[in-house]
Design a binder for this molecule. Sequence first.
Ligand SMILES: C[S@@+](CC[C@H](N)C(=O)[O-])C[C@H]1O[C@@H](n2cnc3c(N)ncnc32)[C@H](O)[C@@H]1O
Length: 169
Amino acid sequence: MATTPTPCSSSSDAAEMFLRDFHNNGPGRQSVNMERAPLADGRTGCQVPAAEVAGVRGVPDLGCADGALLEVLAEAGAEELAGIDLADQELALARMRPALTGADLRQGRAQELPFADGSFEAVVSHMALMLMHDVDRIAAEAARVLAPGGRLAVAVGGGPVEGQAMSLF
Ligand SMILES: C[S@@+](CC[C@H](N)C(=O)[O-])C[C@H]1O[C@@H](n2cnc3c(N)ncnc32)[C@H](O)[C@@H]1O
């Protein structure tokens, strides 16, 4: 019997459904590719935003996927780690990392962070924001969950990917 696709209320819903399904069907792809292609200085992409927030205790990763960046942060000494991602299969891989045993990993949208006001010293995101809609709202959410003086460290990528965040950056 034919199935009727779930209707989308907007193009951002459709984009999120595509990203969620893409990542659920191939979790871990992004971090494997990143390991294979280090930057010119030898670091991986995740080590760049991690270095920007060195020394923090608590930090959520927006679009954390399989937890590659959170693991780098854990190895650097961060103890209160959190992550949010659309794709539960990516989060399932993140939960398998021993370094992330205590991390607060949630399935959800960066536009609606399920974290309390002022609860983190930093917020990070790696190669994810340029794929997201309504980046003003994400920035507002990041500001809301940051403690006074907190830092937002974001790495975005361009190339063939076009999006609102990329053009704003
Ligand atoms: C290109 S991957 C990058 C993953 C990871 N940060 C890394 O560098 O390995 C983008 C991730 O962002 C997630 N994502 C996209 N839009 C999102 C949104 N609105 N809220 C939360 N996660 C989102 C996707 O599910 C995907 O796992």
